[in-house]
Design a protein. Sequence first.
Length: 116
Amino acid sequence: QVQLVESGGGLVQPGGSLRLSCAASGFTFGSYSMRWFRQAPGKERELVATVTTDGTGANYADSVKGRFTISRDNAKNTVYLQMNNLKAADTAVYYCNARIKGLVYWGQGTQVTVSS
């Protein structure tokens, strides 16, 4: 079965960095685009970044452009989100997402808290 397992969240000061990882299994990872979403308390889940199947293309939400980088390692079935210059507004639960044959799959999420 499809599994997405996020890791790498934590508490970081404003201006700091974190790298999130999402380990995928149960499907042909290299055949699907992958996405990171986030959901802050009291807000709707929002798309943060998307990476193409081969990792050569990416799209970002305006709020994270220039600070976040999505990448993938198809040999390791893993997608990453490098987050730099973090702000309090980036505090949220971050989710890995895959759309496979018409179905949407989510990981369990990893908490990112940006606070001094």
